[in-house]
Design a protein around this ligand. Structure first.
Ligand code: 2P0
Length: 334
């Protein structure tokens, strides 16, 4: 039997950058994000005699599949703990990623969230949303948040208490402004270690992130879009600053990214309330109220490689989909 799940990337408004525990993937501070409604990863898992991983039609080996195999090992451990006969089975994993991989568009988040949900179902694990988020976290920290609908807070803590859960926030849109494609020079995983070990600002980054997350949660509860946007933009800049202070310096933003941030500031002066954020890559996301999204997307069309500034709304957390419909190309849309 084949089980299929779909998950979307998420973009953090309070960023995760740094681990308290590398093996358990526990963050040094909590974070908060919006799950997107596009760029899905759709993943099918079939129990099999050998373990294989196919991504976008290509069989993966070596580094490309190592994290997936390690992750499937966690699933088998859980199956054994639950006394399931599937505990000894391997898995064939087939994954289709519709977002650009490893270009700062959070593909590992959608990838491990979809794999967690599909594999948990294929192995017959009995897991609630909290435990699925804890499980996805073991694949990639940010994947813990893609389990959750719309807006998520991922708590720092120990293996039990570090999971993401939904938080209410006012409706908003994100406009993706893709200024570059291709693999980034330094992976998030390596960049986090370099920052933790060489950036003199790292201790302040941790304490200021804890404080700003509290402010963000209050702003979300109050439905205060302006404060949410201001916090998101300054926190993204702080993340890029603490990373840039690593030795040797690491820089994810390029000159085109900075042009987008300048235009965002200009739009605010023109009376359109929009704020910027960017992850571990050069692509920028503009955050707006839903009613301003079309105007902001239009403003950024000339900045993108292909004139496509895409409007994204809050989307669904990772969920099972009908395998037969996916095969027939009629999989559900968010
Ligand atoms: C975030 N990023 O909060 C931050 C902002 C990138 C910049 O989470 O090592 O791929 O697998 O836990 O989840 C990227 O980190 O790293 C990330 P691992 P992950 O979205």
């Amino acid at each position: 039997m084949t089980v299929t799940a779909r998950a979307y990337p998420n973009i953090a408004l309070v960023k995760y950058w740094g681990k308290a525990d590398e093996d358990l993937i526990l963050p040094v501070a909590g974070s908060m994000s919006m799950t997107l409604d596009d760029y899905p990863t759709t993943t099918s898992v079939t129990l099999a005699d050998t373990e294989t991983f196919n991504l976008n039609g290509t069989e993966q080996d070596g580094a490309g599949s190592a994290r997936v195999h390690t992750f499937l090992g966690f699933i088998r451990d859980l199956a054994e703990k639950q006394g399931l006969p599937t505990a000894t089975a391997h898995a064939r994993v087939v994954s289709v990623n519709e977002g650009p991989t490893a270009a700062g568009m959070a593909s590992s988040a959608s990838g491990f969230a979809a794999l967690a949900v599909a594999a948990a179902a294929a192995y017959g694990l009995d897991l609630d949303t909290k435990d699925l988020s804890r499980l996805a976290r073991r694949g990639s920290g940010s994947a813990s948040r893609s389990i959750i609908d719309r807006f998520a807070v991922w708590h720092a803590g120990d293996d039990e208490s570090s999971y993401a859960e939904e938080i209410q926030a006012p409706d908003m849109a994100m406009i993706s402004v893709p200024v570059a494609t291709g693999e980034k020079a330094v992976s998030s995983r390596k960049g986090m270690v370099a920052t933790a070990t060489t950036s003199p600002f790292y201790p302040e980054w941790i304490t200021s992130t804890e404080q700003i997350l509290e402010e963000m949660i209050d702003a979300c509860t109050a439905g205060d879009f302006t404060t949410i946007g201001e916090i998101a933009e300054v926190h993204a800049m702080r993340m890029h600053a603490v990373i840039a202070a690593s030795r040797p310096s690491i820089r994810y933003l390029n000159s085109a990214s900075l042009d987008v941030f300048d235009r965002i500031a200009q739009l605010r002066e023109e009376g359109i309330e929009t704020y910027g954020t960017a992850d571990a890559g050069p692509n920028v996301f503009a955050i707006t109220k839903p009613g301003d999204a079309a105007a902001v997307a239009k403003a950024f069309a000339p900045f993108t490689r292909d004139g496509d500034a895409k409007i994204l709304f809050p989307g669904r957390g990772a969920h099972l989909v009908d395998t037969d419909q996916v095969r027939a190309g009629t999989g559900e849309q968010p």
